[in-house]
Design a binder for this molecule. Structure first.
Ligand code: MGD
Ligand code: MGD
Ligand code: SF4
Ligand code: MO
Length: 728
């Protein structure tokens, strides 16, 4: 499909006079509730797209008397497969949250003191624009940092940063999945999906799919594993819900999964179980791999991983027997260890040599559906290089996302140049980055901080101005393509009008752009934008369809094997699947995954590991009144053996200390974790008093985590921190 340049004339032609902005209606919360109770007759069902986590499931909102009464799953989306999770349901409480941000606010006390002055939008915009202009005059546009996490309106925020002239946009991937993405791209030239619905043998390193929900993987696993069509082998130092559903659970020694995978490759090659035809036709570097893995015997791996050699051998045999309908699943959050990239590379190689690429029940390259794409009016390339020096330190990393932790180091040191303003959209670096004290130092060094959020996050709590965004049920957002084995296009339309003095992100960006002389870049309404996107969808009456259904998916079933033709070139240097990677070698990295043992905690110290539960997303929903019912306070999982040694009782308070911080938590003494590590959940111990349910309740893992990153991708290494635990 073609690309459409967006300008005013184009809109006049295609969209005419669009409907007025969503944010003009402001109704007091109380009046609104009252109205809702007396007028239940006007029931409407509005298809939309959930925004409570990155999955973007299709939902149908039931509105009665102007109030969102219920959210139902939308069966038409093949990615969300007629599912709406607990968080998705609780989005209602995001709208009617008494703690939510209700109007723009400017800080009046010291940063973090919590003294705020409610202001008009004009005042807030004028203030921010003046501060940004001051920083630009003093330090250049590169003196401003633009941080954001995925979201359908993120594009507007990023483009404001670019139009302003800053090279310093930084996104969440290097706190999340940068190493796994880079590892699969380095091997296959792309990041595939995993066909869990049709797989018969699945191995997962830590990917906790029954709690850390990824669509459609979670539902497909439930379909496959729970109905016993597939065998699930699960490695995790913790007994998670996924472990409880698996056929076999191995409490692997943390940081040693790479040894397990290399030993599996060793067995498969030694027993001649790899797919000779596939390897010959589609890969390069297999001969080097044969030599390389000779050293990695199952007996050696048993000593590293504490998984018995006989199990490693059996699993390798079962895995290759089940191929191509077998998978070593990639996992999503790969912000684990400093060699994470190589661990994920080894998985990719293992998958490749059994020939499960582009196969039913194997890995499948993502399909995409076309939609209109807009070119913004061009801006000048930024003159300064990125402050994180990504080209120098991480030549293979995704340039547009930046490298978050290296960026923080450089901003703190003022080298290569000072960065003095921090713009934040839909992100909470106070909790998403390790070492909160260091993030606070970075905050202290800023001349100006603005945050766009729906609630008073800890980051917002330290800002100078807070812009309240309307929550997703109050917004219309750009149309989004969801790539996958069975791709879809989804649409988020406004369900109810904003109930407070909030605006969608586009209008916040426009308010700032106007005052920064950048209006021309954002000279459109969201309705115009969306209409123009609909025009490129290859379906009849696309706008009507999307408004009525909220989703469009290709008809028929997914097809496999499109890339398995003699003339297919993978997007790699050699055009083949790269087992041995010259590109890595040229960049100074190991061209094949080399094992190095993780450092071990000294006696009486523990490795801190992280993860999720099904009912919160990251650090951002523990204050949701429905979800908070599931868990009021986070705790520290600790094994009974060390707990007994230290006289720690279940439910008693302990002090947890790392080299960068200390917190107090209740102990949960449980066999469900190995004795050498402890676990805590994300999202508690908030500093923001406007998260009243979790302010100062429990603790934030970010206080304890030390700064470390994966060498190749720059992805944060969150599982490299050792802590002391003592009775409080
Ligand atoms: N300590 C620690 N750090 C981590 C992780 C961890 O487990 N522990 N996990 C890592 C991972 S995997 C990821 S992906 C990142 C995620 O890191 P973040 O992107 O920071 O994660 P969230 O907490 O989901 O969201 C941040 C903010 O977005 C706001 N928000 C939600 N919806 C909207 C909206 O519609 N509009 C606007 N403007 N704001 C909205 C929320 O209120 C919240 O304050 O964190 C990483 N960092
Ligand atoms: N409910 C819910 N669902 C979510 C999210 C959410 O916040 N809440 N966030 C979404 C996002 S952005 C992401 S990135 C994904 C994250 O989902 P996943 O990729 O599944 O990652 P986590 O659940 O953070 O951590 C996985 C597990 O790794 C284990 N682990 C720690 N160290 C090791 C080790 O050395 N080896 C092995 N084998 N296991 C280890 C931990 O105990 C933990 O159970 O979830 C997504 N889905
Ligand atoms: S998994 Fe849950 S929170 Fe995430 S988009 Fe789907 S329904 Fe919403
Ligand atoms: Mo993530």
């Amino acid at each position: 499909m073609g690309t459409t340049r967006m300008d005013r004339r184009f809109f006049l032609k295609t969209a005419g006079a669009a409907a007025g902005s969503a944010a003009t209606v402001q109704v007091g919360c109380l009046t609104y509730f009252k109205k809702g109770r007396s007028a239940s007759a006007d029931r409407r069902e509005v298809p939309t797209t959930c925004e409570l986590c990155p999955n973007k499931c299709s939902a149908i909102a039931v509105v009665e008397g102007g109030l969102v009464k219920k959210l139902n799953p939308n069966p038409e989306n093949p990615k969300s497969r007629d599912m709406l999770c607990a968080r998705g349901n609780a989005a209602i409480k995001q709208v009617y949250d008494p703690d939510r941000l209700k109007q723009p606010m400017i800080r009046v006390g010291a940063r973090g003191e919590g003294k705020w002055k409610p202001v008009s939008w004009d005042e807030a915009f004028d203030f921010a624009a003046k501060k940004l202009a001051e920083v630009k005059a003093k330090y250049g546009p590169e003196g401003t940092l633009w941080s954001s996490t995925e979201g359908f309106q993120e594009v507007f925020f990023k483009n404001l940063g670019l139009a302003f002239g800053s090279p310093n946009l930084v996104r969440h991937p290097t706190l999340c999945l940068a190493s796994v993405n880079l590892a699969y791209s380095a091997t296959f030239g792309t990041v595939p999906s995993f066909d869990l619905l049709n797989s018969r043998y699945v191995i997962m390193s830590g990917a906790n799919r029954f709690e850390s929900i990824i669509t459609p993987d979670t539902m497909d696993l439930i379909g496959g594993v729970m109905e016993r069509k597939a065998k699930l082998i699960y490695l995790d130092p913790r007994f998670t819900v996924t472990a409880s559903k698996a056929d076999e659970w191995y409490p692997v020694k943390p940081g040693t999964d790479l040894a397990f995978i290399l030993a599996m490759i060793h067995v498969i090659i030694a027993e001649n179980r790899h797919s000779k035809e596939f390897v010959a036709a589609y890969t390069t570097g297999f001969d080097q791999l044969v030599e390389h893995v000779k050293q990695y015997t199952p007996e050696w791996a048993e000593r590293e991983t504490e998984i018995p050699a006989r199990d490693i051998i059996r699993i390798a045999r079962e895995f290759s027997d089940a191929a191509p309908r077998s998978l070593y699943y990639a996992g999503r959050r790969s912000s684990w260890y400093q060699n994470d990239f190589q661990m994920r590379r080894a998985q990719a190689i293992l998958n490749a040599i059994v020939g499960n690429w582009d196969q039913l029940g194997g890995m499948v390259p993502n399909a995409k559906l076309p939609k209109g794409e807009f070119l913004f009016m061009p801006w000048d390339e930024p003159k300064a290089p990125r402050v994180d020096e990504i080209d120098k330190h991480f030549p293979l990393a995704a340039k547009g996302d930046g490298v978050y932790l290296k960026l923080r180091e450089n901003v703190l040191s003022g080298k290569p140049y000072p960065v003095k303003a921090w713009m934040v959209y839909k992100q909470d670096p106070m909790n998403a980055m390790p070492d909160q004290a260091k993030t606070l130092k970075m905050i202290e060094g800023m001349d100006f901080i603005a945050v766009i959020d729906v609630q008073m996050s800890d980051m917002a709590w330290y800002a100078d101005v807070v812009f309240p965004e309307s929550v997703y049920l109050e917004r219309t957002d750009p149309v989004e393509v969801m790539p996958g084995i069975w791709p879809a296009v989804v649409y988020r339309q406004q369900v109810v009008k904003p109930i407070h003095d909030t605006k969608p992100n586009l209008e916040i960006v426009q308010g700032l752009a106007k005052r920064l002389g950048l209006s021309d870049y954002f000279d459109f309404t969201i309705e115009q934008w969306v209409d123009a996107e609909f025009k490129e969808l290859p379906i009849p009456l696309a706008a009507e369809h999307m408004k009525k259904h909220g989703v469009w998916a290709a008809s028929g079933q997914p097809s496999y094997g499109k890339t398995l033709t003699p003339d297919h070139r993978f997007v790699t240097k050699t055009g083949k699947i790269e087992i041995f990677s010259e590109r890595l070698q040229e960049a100074g990295y190991d061209p094949l995954p080399v094992y190095s043992a993780p450092k071990q905690p000294p006696e009486n110290r523990f490795r801190l590991i992280l993860g999720r539960v099904g009912y919160f997303t990251h650090a951002n929903q523990s204050n949701n009144v429905w979800l908070n019912e599931f868990m009021k306070e986070n705790d520290l999982w600790i094994n009974p053996k060390p707990a007994a040694r230290m006289n720690i009782k279940d439910g008693s308070y302990v002090t947890v200390t790392s080299s960068v911080g200390a917190v107090k938590l209740r102990a949960r003494v449980t066999e469900e974790i190995r004795p050498d590590c402890v676990f805590m959940l994300h999202g508690f111990g908030k500093k923001s008093k406007m998260q009243s349910l979790v302010y100062n309740v429990g603790a934030s893992d970010a206080v304890l985590l030390e700064t470390a990153w994966d060498q190749v991708s720059g992805n944060a290494a969150f599982h490299e921190t050792f802590v002391n635990v003592a009775t409080a």
